[in-house]
Ligand binder design. Structure first.
Ligand code: MN
Length: 288
């Protein structure tokens, strides 16, 4: 199924051009007392909620997708794990362009040597909220990526069993201000992680290993690739990440971006698309 969060934190099931509003299902979530557990309570409870969601869907009020404001399908990830260079052509592009690597050798190493970076969870928005450019004097780039949402606590997971820890997938934009600073700073700016437009659960998309992905800016094609070109595919990414730390329900792995990164500016509209998930328009705005 395709699950979305929309408008004023409504919860819905996407069916073609309609969204069925099943917000009432959220009443079944546990009432927490301080300290709340890390991670996303809805993603953690999804296995138990799936029957309730299915039972309510057909009788739930339907609203048209076209008029809705989509929020991130994950409200409370404890961390956003980023794969820095996980497509060979993007690695070559970064290594050959001083505007991308800024003389930092750590920006030109393949993923097995450089590992992951973390993005602040506070950087996450949905497509309707848009990207707000923080440093208009500096170059800011789009990066379109397959985003993997973890469904259950995952620690020291082997690649052979890794897919059973995936709740589903969405489109991810890993927006990046270029410069000499560490990735975790440059990519953690408010609104610089866009997740959407909805979560496609792993039972609907069992194999993420050969999906077309693309992004255009104002109708101009920028990046186009297929996830079969990933240096480390999804199971290896989960194995690698959980060899260092525990992934929690709602944690997101941004699997890396292909070649063709390029600048964005206020007034632009990005359109990102991933096969089997959908597409989303994201506005680029000026700072306030
Ligand atoms: Mn990236």
């Amino acid at each position: 199924v395709r699950l979305c969060r929309f408008n004023d934190n409504r919860f819905g099931v996407v069916q073609g051009h309609l969204v069925r509003d099943v917000t009432a299902v959220l009443d079944a979530l546990p009432a927490f007392r301080y300290p709340l557990p890390l991670g996303d309570a809805l993603i953690a409870a999804l296995p138990e909620l799936r029957e309730r969601i299915a039972a309510r869907t057909q009788s739930a009020p339907a609203v048209a997708v076209s008029g809705l404001r989509f929020l991130s399908p994950v409200a409370n990830p404890s961390k956003i794990v980023g794969a820095p260079v996980n497509y060979n052509k993007h690695l070559a592009e970064v290594a050959s362009d001083p505007n991308l690597h800024h003389q930092n050798v750590a920006h030109t190493l393949p993923i097995r040597q450089i590992g992951f970076f973390l993005k602040a969870a506070s950087s996450v928005v949905g497509p309707s909220e848009g990207v707000v450019i923080r440093h208009p004097d500096r170059r800011t780039d789009h990066e379109v990526e397959l985003a993997v949402v973890i469904g259950q606590r995952a620690n020291l997971v082997k690649r052979e069993e890794a897919m059973s820890f995936v709740a589903g997938y969405c489109i991810g934009l890993d927006i990046t201000v270029r410069g000499t600073e560490d990735r975790s700073l440059r990519k953690s700016i408010d609104t610089y992680t866009v997740l959407g437009p909805w979560l496609v659960t792993a039972d609907e998309l069992p194999d993420p290993s050969a999906l077309d992905l693309s992004i255009s800016v104002n109708g101009e094609p920028r990046q186009r690739a297929n996830t079969r070109e990933l240096i480390l595919p999804v199971p290896e990414l989960i194995e690698f990440a959980t060899s260092f730390y525990t992934l929690l329900p709602g944690d997101v792995i941004l699997t890396g971006t292909p070649e063709g990164v390029g600048p964005i500016a206020p007034g632009d509209t990005m359109r990102a698309e991933i096969e089997g998930i959908g597409e989303m328009d994201v506005a680029v705005k000026g700072g306030s």
